[in-house]
Design a binder for this molecule. Sequence first.
Ligand code: AVI
Length: 327
Amino acid sequence: ASQLQNRQTLTAVDTALSQFYDDVISGLTSTPKHLDSKYFYDTRGDELFQDIMNCEEYYPTDCEMEIFTEQTAALAKAIKADGTPFNLIELGAGDATKSIHLLRQLQSSGTDFTYLPIDISGHVISSLNATLPALLPGLKIRGLEGEYFNMLTEAAKSSDNRNVVLFLGSNIGNMPVHEAEDFCKVLHMHLSAGDMALIGVDLKKNPKVILDAYNDKEGFTKQFNLNLLHRINRELDGNFDIDKFDHYPIYDPETGACKSYLISLEDQKVRIGGQMISFAKDEYIHMEVSQKYTVEQTNNMAAIACFKPIAEFYDSKKWFLDAIWMA
Ligand code: AVI
């Protein structure tokens, strides 16, 4: 049985690697060139993202943490609704540093709920399964490793309880607006009347504050972007010369899109596996979008996906919004 399991694990790793290769080659042979920021998060990428979250300029984490620590009771009350038992499903749970406050509050008010963190990383899920019950004795937890919507179907199947889905951290911002709308529509299709979603959204604000957050003085964001080239070298047998690329972040207050690019500093050829890719001097690779919204745009997105916004929680600066939507 364990041999079979090993083989299955190996096949899953192979499939993930060949998907990574296909996505990289298709992105770098497109015009304009692009890479998918979901690949930022290998072990080193996770560390760099921690550094970003701890750096002075990156405000979204602090803002949302303020909401989860200062308004915990109100958040809990809103999602408890009529008091019937529910599944609390978190998409991309990470280390649950924000949601843990909500979990503790729900427990201390004697609420009947099961916590179902979903993450693509098996490491994240096994560590949550191991650490949370010790921190929150009596917590009903069932971690699910896999793609968001596959696991959401799985989670919803596990009981007839209503579902409350957490999608925090402005993760929705890493999709272009149309994709975010489609994502919300698909989310709605996976839910039933009376279910809820709690969505964390980074709001439009002084453009300088936003640009600084994605252009930190210590260069963590730059390294975060360049790390994907390192990852391609390591995992896909590439030969990027990292020093020949520079990081270029921009924020457009009109569209609310904060984008980051890597710029080729000279004409150069890079080999990835068996494929040669040419870069012209000054050519860019689009790496990531971090979309910022107004409250009205967020409400509009809810409406497009057939959700009804029922509550709004802001940090004291009104830089970040945790919105509760009813399906
Ligand atoms: C994970 N995500 C919401 C972060 C963001 O703000 O878009 C990723 C990030 N990229 C650069 N800095 C942080």
